[in-house]
Design a protein around this ligand. Sequence first.
Ligand SMILES: [Zn+2]
Length: 574
Amino acid sequence: MKKHSILLCLVALFLLLSPRDSISDSSDPPKRILRFDHYYDYDGLRKALIKLNSTYPATTRLKSIGKSYEGRDIWMLTIRNPKTGPDKEKPAFYVDGNTHGNEIQGAEICLYLAHFLLTRYDDLDWVKKLVDEQVFYIAPTVNPDGREAFMKEPNTPHSSRSNRRPYDNDNDGDEDEDGYDDLDGDGQILQMRKKDPNGRWKVGADPRIMERCKADELGQYTMLGWEGLDNDGDGRFNEDPVGGVDLNRNFPSNWRPRHQQWGAGDYPLSEPETRATVEFLEEHRNVAAIQSFHNAGNMILRPPGSEDDRNVPRGDLRMYDALGRRGERMLPGYRYLQTFKDLYAVRGAFLDWGYMRYGVYSFSNEIWSMAQDYNKNGRVDNMERLRWNDEMLKGKGFVKWTEYDHPQLGKIELGGWTKMTPRIPPTWQLEEVCYRNARFVLYHASTMPRVQIKSLTSKAVPGDNDLFRVTAIVENEGFMATATKIAQQIQVSQSDRANISGPSAKAVAVALSRDVTKEAMLQNERRPWRFDFGHIPGQSRIKVVWLVKGKGTVNVRIRSEKGGTARRSIKLTP
Ligand SMILES: [Zn+2]
């Protein structure tokens, strides 16, 4: 009896002290190889990718697809299951981040996506299916120099956007000779203001906010731009900082020279970073969808960025809208926009090249928005940004105006947002931002075309003992067609191809029916064993019928550039 009660006490104690069962959902990673509570610098990113690669050597491949201007590797992590077939025989998803050096969180989203696919492969069926049937090409930063400069050097929230090739931004014959200067040595490039009764600016309701004066209002300040010196003595400040090619204006789609489009570069693909991306995609024609991550503003952007929808076929628009609306639900507060009509004109953008030239559905998400619309008037003003900064960041995102003795401008004041504040989520928000955007990618990936041979049958033709009708029912299981309408229109997508072969058999005629309930009509093909039949719409079947002369086994292969390759064999039995 006594023994029994001691035991009961022990059990009770154990239950009391043991951790409670956690409540888990599909967003709780069972394993954590990497942490998403900070931003990785270039070397940290490289080590994180190596860690994923060495933890999952069978399902990942880590490769440099090229070098940046300063010689850093542009890393590409491939995720797929090699046991289910060669990479290029599967539909692939391409995702990158950080095209603009200062827009860093795209890299963490890419890393998170890779981490999610790898750590959830064993416990989530839908993740396993994606990794088994598809390929993911993930390039966390396609502008490693810009990223490293942003993280390691003093910057404005908007600088270190371009790559690092020296550029003569002010056309004075010198390159990069007048960049920002961190005058007070605090690691930030702030703004400069100077007291001036003739200035056109005044202090707002909060002394940190600067407001433009009305036409009939006396001013208090002149705004002098970003923190810096007139290094080249031309009377201007910071007009030629490092670099000057905006990689997202350097792609060969509606490219415009520099006097028409800032940051264009000397010619399309003049930069090693953009060239690496395009060469990779051209070498991997199995890529059927593209996602690129930028910041900021909570937007899901689709092309074109250089014109309205006049050249976008209606069928593609329907798919875009379906994906975009789904994205708006998965990413609350994000707006799905057509770049040119709803936002701005951008020439030579990656997004336009991806869809208008390469021919696949391409999105560019502008990640995160700094503040809350506290008064729900549909826009976020400076007071609301400051309120969020004060309540959620303890005021640390804004450096209060302080006096500074400027060698060229005299007594001025320095102040403003720190580089990490207006465009980049604080680290406590990072993981949710990563999760939601990764889920949007995975949804987009799940709609890619996937070609399967649903059935393969053979029937002897009566009266001829070595002639057979071989029928293949081929299905595209994805929502997307095996080629977008634009790819068909501009003829960048190879036709899907049906092959039949056998050691002792040869096709003598072929027939196609796009309605599988109907009899296929024989087509006059010169090589009936190698039949290019066009493309298969999403979620539909076609029927291919061959007349085959011979005996033994025949092998059927359906090869779709974007929808993967399917194989099946059958024995010809009289
Ligand atoms: Zn950007």
